[in-house]
Design a protein around this ligand. Sequence first.
Ligand SMILES: [Ca+2]
Length: 386
Amino acid sequence: MPEYSAITPAEILPGQPVEPVLEKAKGNCEYLYGLIGGSQSNPPNGSFEVDTEGVLDNWTIETFDGGSHGIETSSPAHGAQALKFVHPGGAGNGGGWADSEYIECSSIMTMILYYIHWATAAGMYNRVVIRYYTAAKAYISDEALYGSTSNPTSPTLYCSQFTPPTNARYMVIRVVGGHSAQATGGTAYFDGLQLQPAVISYALKTVADTTGASGSLGNYDHVHIAMQDYCHAPNIYAEDEKLRLIGHSSSIADTTARIGFYNTAMITSYDYAVRWRYTTASDRPFVYAVRNSEGEIICLWACDDPPPGYWGLTKKPAGFVPPIGYRSGIPAGAEEIVLFDQNRDFVMELGEKAHKDKTLPYRVLSDTFEFDSEKKLFKSKNLLAV
Ligand SMILES: [Ca+2]
């Protein structure tokens, strides 16, 4: 198996034989070529940083009638060099275009191309095109990611998503500065081309919170519920239409998802529940429950991550706002319970049992578990019965 072999300083001293050094150099080139393969998954020299005596490496450049191209070094946007095309103006004239080397692609992999573009004259016709090829490098089709006669006149980052067509296994990125279809002259610039696979759903870590927040709300009372930052739109349950959705008054600037309920019924208490999915960094599950003066659980908030702003599981940080807040703080006579270090199985069990029994998680907690004040844990009432 070929491997890299360093050329030592002693081997290149004057008078040393040349042949062993050339052999090593040849072997190293072959080894490195094998590592990078015959083509790339990113545009080679995509930031136009490398040239051989003024000729850009890894790009094939053509010009329209009257057009010219060059390397911009006085005001590049990414690294020390950018690619530029000059359109002299006038019908039939143009700037030019540059084609990348072949880049591997797949019809089942959506990609994103990042590129920086600007022009001295907004009215030039500038383009960014993907040209698709088969595995045998037979041309299939073009897809324009960018094409404008209203271009930015200062460096602007673009981000275009595309999915190669059936049978596409290679692609070439083509940038066109000052297309001859437009008479407007000027200088068009391209810089900082980068490819990335698009984020797909299972590359994005999310949590479906099956326990969520639930509780019972007394007449003319209201509750505010905080969910998470990076929270998707929740599923909202209200037992009766007298339980109305309201906003909250805790913070205008906060981006944490929040929702509120107000019970307009004169006498009756009604149940509410909110469940949601959110993008997560995942920590230990967190449960927050409220008991009333009779010891009954009237409210539950459970989530795979701690509430926003709360990243310690052993003590409550200063300024921490509980995820559930009543109109007057905690209902009269109620005892606030903040539970730390509940295991994941306990939280999952609450959600699953509520789903199976077609009830709400707070009711499962209230009906089947009892809070052990010493251990700061809930334990099953059934165990006590045995
Ligand atoms: Ca550059």
